[in-house]
Write a protein that binds this ligand. Structure first.
Ligand code: ADP
Ligand code: ZN
Length: 203
């Protein structure tokens, strides 16, 4: 992990990596430590479901509790920002629109510490949403790895499976209400069938 970063004024930290790489754990760890340091913290999470809501209730020793606020767009976050917050944390940022880039930029410019966690590559292994831009403008980027479920090596890919088989390249980036599942895999064990032979010939 990168050395703790601190500067006068605001900055942006990105926690990137595949699913199961521990991004949420790391975000919660940083939030908990900020609370110990008596900072006022606000946590946002896109696609917040009941399964995660409990995990995102972070209690401090002095009895304060931080709940994650659900938000599906940068505008929704902007509307709900607590002007007194020192630290703004955003999880699952890959699902947010490009407006998240100017939003976190202006928060940092106004002296806030911004912690953004998100999956940096989609099921194709390609850059996901605003994550690449967020990684470029951040002061600090940590890229975490999961464990490849096939070989036990460091996993850097989200393997999408549909009916137990690798999903084709042209399936949608975000599947709504789908029956797909995901596995963490390394580059070697990752499989993405391409229907388009032209794509393969570019390699
Ligand atoms: P992320 O936010 O990156 O999706 P989480 O913080 O929610 O990750 O979960 C990380 C946890 O997932 C790990 O501590 C571990 O217990 C569990 N886990 C399940 N499958 C794997 C895997 N293949 N590699 C690493 N951790 C895994
Ligand atoms: Zn592997």
């Amino acid at each position: 992990m990168t050395q703790a970063f601190h500067q006068t004024g605001g900055w942006i930290e990105v926690i990137a990596g595949v699913m199961f790489s521990g991004k949420s754990e790391e975000l919660i760890r940083r939030v908990r430590r900020a609370i110990i340091a008596r900072k006022r913290v606000q946590v946002f999470k896109s696609h917040l479901d009941a399964r995660y809501a409990g995990i995102y209730s972070i209690s401090s020793h002095d009895g304060r509790t931080v709940h994650a606020v659900p938000a599906d767009s940068a505008a929704q976050i902007a509307l709900q920002i607590d002007p007194m917050a020192h630290v703004i944390a955003i999880d699952e940022a890959q699902f947010l629109d490009e407006g998240v880039v100017p939003l976190v930029t202006s928060l940092a410019a106004r002296g806030r510490r911004v912690i953004v966690a998100g999956t940096d590559t989609d099921f194709r292994g390609e850059p996901f949403g605003a994550m690449p831009d967020l990684m470029a403008i951040a002061e600090v980027v940590d890229k975490l790895h999961a464990i490849c479920v096939l070989c036990g090596g460091p996993a850097s890919r989200n393997q999408r499976l549909i009916g137990g088989r690798p999903a084709p390249y042209d399936s949608p980036t975000i599947m709504v209400g789908g029956t797909e599942s995901y596995e963490a895999r390394c580059r070697m064990c990752f499989s993405i069938p391409r229907r388009d032979a032209h794509q393969a010939s570019l390699l």
